[in-house]
Design a protein around this ligand. Sequence first.
Ligand SMILES: [Zn+2]
Length: 224
Amino acid sequence: MSGSGVCMRLRAFVLAMTVDADVVEPDLAVGRLRCPGCEGPLARWGFARRRAVRMLDGMRSVRPRRARCHACETTHVLLPAFSVPRRRDGAEVIGEALLSKALGDGHRKIAARLGRPPGTVRGWLRTFTRRADAVAASVRPWAHAIEGASRPRPPAGSPLADAVDALGTAAMACRLHLRTQASPWELAVALTGLLYGRPRDPPGFSRFAPVVRVPSRTTSLQNS
Ligand SMILES: [Zn+2]
């Protein structure tokens, strides 16, 4: 498998996680989107209820597509990556809080700057801290797969900061090599769920596991 082929297919998987709505609809139409439960093809299944997402500069309305997997008879709501599953605030808002915490700010200062209740911000930080190791472990293979072998990063000072650093590295790799315009925090949501769901390889990623983990193949990816 050529490196560019792997990259394009990884790009397809990133986009399949609803980073780009323009890609989701045609992908759904031809069965290219995969069920997160069983990897069966997803088909259109109407829409979920409209919801409002609080962004840094106001509200953004979204009417998410609903999709159904006929293999396991499960329906899924395909949220755009600017919204964080089960949170009213968007990826850029929660991401800003996580980045500020990684840089040393406390939750009250972050809350005041974002105009959110301190308890809400503290909840994001606590939830992310609990998931930090799993988030970091789940995104590091992305950076390796896309960029090839990379130098180990120095510890950032806390599990939360390490995870934010790992997300940043993976998002940078996606933006540089997969030609996606999604923001780093949208990519973070697409790759890990950020605050919700078990961080895991995205649907279809297991097929690339040998490519990701064998150093010689990784090197060939880097040189392609
Ligand atoms: Zn399924």
